[in-house]
Design a protein around this ligand. Structure first.
Ligand code: NAP
Length: 297
């Protein structure tokens, strides 16, 4: 989801020469001036070859194993992608003088005292969170100070070409077809529009910033209340949304209770200004014209 949005945003700006990579033989995007190469980031020699061929100035790693429950059951693959591959990328960046922007998650925190600032103490409670924290540490310790870590929270955006859903499109589709959904009241987040996240990352590129940045939306709310906001904006039936707690489901991975971010550092150092939630949901659901025409913020 984030990779596609970065390609869309940066691929059309003449100041960037973008090479996108992914595991598929062919790119999932069409148009734009963006190159594409197949790459599995866990394969060190392939990564090295791309660094040799393309000589990137900046590497943005949006690839990850993101299914939290699958990470619990396939720990080996999870660690390979979320931790070991970041070490490969970070060492290649060091050797080629490139900057690394590593994307990370609120799940590195235990959720006991959110919302979090950048210097809060991580304490992951899932294997996904542990692997992403290890990825952060690998980005920091590869021997270059040219790194940035961008942590984000519950990302949503318009449906993708491959049909994958995210929380907003899932809630919309279920309610639209009249299905009841159970949504937790005991997990709080600051949901993030992928367009805002890509904007924050581009600002880090443009201003050549290093260090840790928390990039998310502004509103801290329970996931259940977020579902109600989606229903309200889309004009769908809110009574289909039932209350659940973590005890309602038996999921392999534990989720942190209250995360969410304080985004003051991004606001002051990057001029980051996320759209309000209603605007973001309306664009995500196609209730507004395409976001190329969004006013510049
Ligand atoms: N989505 C959220 O709510 C959320 C919240 C906090 C943080 N984040 C972080 O934000 C970043 C972007 O997440 P996203 O939502 O855009 O996730 P996503 O849609 O699941 O994208 C992750 C991509 O990584 C690719 N990938 C996995 N293993 C790979 C490998 N070995 N080599 C190359 N590519 C590989 C996947 O490829 P395939 O398509 O081939 O599987 C997928 O396209 C991740 O670092 C994630 O941890 C996301």
């Amino acid at each position: 989801m984030l990779g596609q949005e970065l390609v869309r945003r940066m691929g059309r700006k003449p100041e960037y020469d973008v090479l996108a990579t992914g595991r598929d033989a062919k790119p999932r995007f069409t148009g734009g001036s963006c190159g594409y190469t197949r790459l599995d980031i866990t394969r060190e020699t392939d990564v090295q070859r791309i660094f040799d061929d393309f000589e990137p100035d900046i590497v943005i790693n949006a690839a990850a194993m993101t299914q939290v429950d699958a990470c619990e059951s396939d720990r080996e693959q999870c660690w390979r992608v979320n931790a070991d591959a970041v070490d490969i990328l970070a060492r290649c960046c060091r050797d080629h003088g490139a900057r690394l922007i590593q994307v990370s998650t609120d799940f590195i925190f235990d959720g006991k005292d959110g919302p979090y600032k950048e210097d809060a103490r991580p304490n992951p409670i899932s294997y996904y969170g542990r692997s992403k924290l290890a990825g952060e540490n690998n980005a920091r310790t590869a021997g270059t100070n040219r790194w940035a870590i961008v942590r984000t929270v519950l990302v949503f955006g318009a449906p993708q070409a491959d049909g994958r859903s995210n929380f907003v499109t899932w809630v919309h589709d279920k309610l639209k077809s009249g299905q009841r959904i159970q949504v937790v009241t005991d997990q709080w987040r600051t949901p993030t529009w992928v367009v805002d996240l890509a904007d924050g990352i581009e600002r880090i590129v443009r201003f050549r910033k290093s260090g840790v940045f928390h990039i998310s939306g502004r509103d801290l709310l329970s996931v259940n209340v977020f579902a109600h906001r989606i229903a309200e904006v889309a004009g769908l039936e809110p009574t289909l949304i039932e209350e659940a707690t973590k005890h309602t489901f038996s999921q392999p991975a534990e989720r942190p209770e209250k995360t969410g971010f304080i985004i003051l550092k991004a606001e002051t150092e990057l001029g980051f200004k996320p759209h309000d939630m209603t605007t973001a949901i309306r664009h995500t659901l196609g209730l507004e014209p395409p976001d190329d025409v969004l006013p510049h913020i």
